[in-house]
Ligand binder design. Sequence first.
Ligand code: GN1
Ligand code: MG
Length: 355
Amino acid sequence: MIETIRQQVLPHYGLEGSAAKIAPLGNGHINDTYLVSWDEGNMVLQKLNTDVFKTPWTLVENAGLISQHLGEKEGAEYGLKVVSPKVTAEGELAVDLGEAGFWRAIRYLKHSSSIEVVGNEEQAEQAARAFGHFARALCDFDAAQIGDVIPKFHFLPGRIAALEQAVRDNKAGRLDGCRDWVDFALSQQGLLDELAELEPKLPLRVCHNDTKINNMLFDKRDDSAMAIIDLDTCMKGHLMYDFGDMVRTFTSPEAEDSTNLDRVQVRPAIFAAICRGYLAELGDVMQESERSSLWLGARIMCLMIGIRFLTDHLNGDVYFHVHREGHNLDRAANQFTLYRSLLTQADELKACVGC
Ligand code: GN1
Ligand code: MG
C-alpha cells in the first residue's frame, strides 16, 4: 500500500518523487488512514472504503461543503479548528485510481491527540460541548446541499432486518456460537414502538452521525477541545443519535471491543457530564421533542451498534475491519452489555437528561 501511495497518490498532491514519510494513523473501522509528512508539511491521507461508501464523491463533496461552512466561522463564531480537505494539483477533492483505490487528503492538526476511553468527567463534558458546538454551528447550513452517503444509516428497523437476514443465511456458520446474543437483540424490539411514536415529531438537522470519543481531538498542550474530525457520515438526521453515540462511546470505562465484560457499564457521572456539555451548547436550540428523545437515542445507539457488529460476525466480517478471531462478536457482546447497563440505571439516567 505504501508504494501505491508514493507512486500513484502523492504526485497528485505535488509530492512527486518526495521522501515523504507515510505511517498508519488512528483506529477507524472502515477506511485506511495514513499520516504523510515531509520537510515542509504534513497531511492525513485516506483510502476510502468504497464497499461501504458507494458514492465516495458525495462523501468528499459533503465534507468539503461542511468544512467550508465551518471555516467561514472559525475563530470568532466557531471556536474549534476545521479539518478542511486538501485539494489535488488538479483542483479535485480526491483522486480516483479505480482498482488502486479512492484517495483523499485532509489537513493534519499539529499538537492534536485522541483518546479511546474517557478518563474523567471533565473530558466527557469538554468533548460533548465540542460536538454540541459543531451541531450548533451547522444550524444555519442548508441541509439540502448534502447527499445521503449511506441511506438509512441510523435506521433501527433496517438494522434489525439485516440481522434477521444474517441469521437466516448463516453464511459463516457462526450462528450456534452466538444464538443467545441474537435472541437478546431481537427481544428488544419494543424500542421500535417508541421510535415510531417519537420520530415524526423530530426535526431533521445536519448531524455528525459518528460522535465517538476518538472523533474529537484534544490539544495535547492544554487538554482543551481542538477539533471534530471524521465528517464522512455527516448527513441529515436527528440529534438524539449524536447524543446516543456519545453515551455509547464515553460512558464505559472499557474500550468498545474489551472482553472484560464485568467492567463494562455506564458511569452515571460521565453520562451527566455529557448532558451538561451537550445541553450547554444546544439547550436553547433543541425543540422539546428533541430533548425528550435523548434517552431513546442513547438506548438505540448502544443496541444498534451491537446489532451491526453481530450481523457482521454472522456474515463473516465483511464490513468492519477485524484484528482477531471473533472480534465482531466481542464488540457486540460488549455493546449489548453496555446497553443492559443503561436499562438497569434507567431511572437515574433519565432524570439526568430530563426525560
Ligand atoms: C465505524 O470507522 P469509524 O470508527 O469511523 C462506523 C460507525 C460505528 C463505528 C463503531 C461508516 O466508524 O457507524 O459506530 O465504526 N462507520 C460506518 O466503532 O459504518
Ligand atoms: Mg467514521
